[in-house]
Design a protein. Sequence first.
Lengths: 237, 283
Amino acid sequence: MSELLGLLAWGAEGWGDELAAGAWLTIRLALVTLPFGLLLGLAIALAKESENTYLRAVGNTYTTIFRGLPELLTLFVIYNMVQLLANRIVQLVAPGSSFEISGFAAGVVALGVVFGAFSSEVFLGAIRAVPKGQGEAGRSLGLTAIQSFALITLPQLWRLALPGLGNLWLVLIKDTSLVSVIALNDLLRQTQVAVGVTKEPFFFYLIACLIYLAFTLISTVGTNVLERRANRGFAAR
Amino acid sequence: MSDQTVSTAAQVASRSAPKKPSVAKGPFGLDKALFDKLVLAAIIIGLAAWIIPSINWRLVDRYWDRYLEGIIVTFQLVFLSVGIGAVLSLPIALARLSKRVWLTLPARAYITFFRGTPLLAQLFLLYYGAGQFNEAFEAAGLWWFFREPFYVAALTFTLNTAAYQAEIMRGAIQSLPAGQAEASQALGMSRWPTFFKVVLPQAYIVALRPLGNELILMIKGSAIASIVTVLDLMGVTNLAYARSFNFQAFFWAALLYLIAVEVVRRVWDRLERRLTRHLALAH
């Protein structure tokens, strides 16, 4: 047992620092994806609520596609497409030069696209639950459409969307493990490297699972705090 | 008296009568709905004209059978694990709801672990972890099971979905009014008949929708079985791509996954409507 724990030591001998680096990448990936995915989700929710037929069609097609595809497949396709597209653009601007988008950026785009599809549904439910009169009252007081949305509708919508978004955040943390497949040194990838050298798969994958578990448990505490804060003006149910 | 009523009714009618049905005008004096349909048709035709000529039919021809086999493997994997998981989820949900700590605690730990860690990490834990103990498994006569990626993937998915389904069932059982079980006990039914004949059928009605979502999540999640070399739909796609270097391999997979998810969703909708036809639910 102490032999196994010795494998987790810091430095050249043990794998502790490698795993920590992987865990750190996992956290960064999730944290960078979150704002991107939230904005995308909100934009798509607004498109689906729009009066413009085409915007609605675009929004609905987007969610149907990205909610129905396996995350792994989306990741593969977007990772490669982003690479291809970036190269095309670079060729247009500066022919002959080569350019590669980092796996991290591609991972953020891919995870964000999926997060956006799911969060748009959460936002949509929340938007519909906030009475229309709220935003209209803001308009009639002389706020612009954007001001009225950002200052009056959004804060109320946020409270309603928070539980759903908290769940999606947990899904996002777990989905980051998929980027290990597209050559990013996240927690799971680092664990695979450690297993390759030490031949102790059960121990290392268990450690990886426990680290992910720690992330999700801490996140649950965090979202509970956020929810309590968002609900502070409301009587406890 | 009656005159007055009539006139009031007429007034009401005239007030609430719709104004002349104003057709929303779109460009070119066409009505807007028609115009939108025309634009949509134009977009679809344009997309088709762009996509169809660029389809690589040789790829389709060469890998069509493989894709079909892949879908079958995906469905086997999903229905096997979701089915067995459904059976397992009941005792877990009951243990989780129990008042005895020695039942609640393990159930909670199980649910927290499998819901709090990535499915891929669980799969690696079981698949590669089992490989480490192959001698012990061989001695126990279980190695044939743990040697096969398909079985280990099915086992992992089963354990995973059992945890999710247990939480769904717990929520559903808790949502039922206590009076239901109390009433059946007052009628002299003992604990288990009460559970199976009164509580469970109602709980399943409540759980139907989230269970359908779980089924769809498993169809999508099962794609990771390809990482441990199972030739499911995703697995054959990787194979087709590795051999042909043609990116269209992924688009066919995407199309097939979308169709699979949509079909399951519709069938489940039908099922739900049929099972809840005695309830006055708004559909």
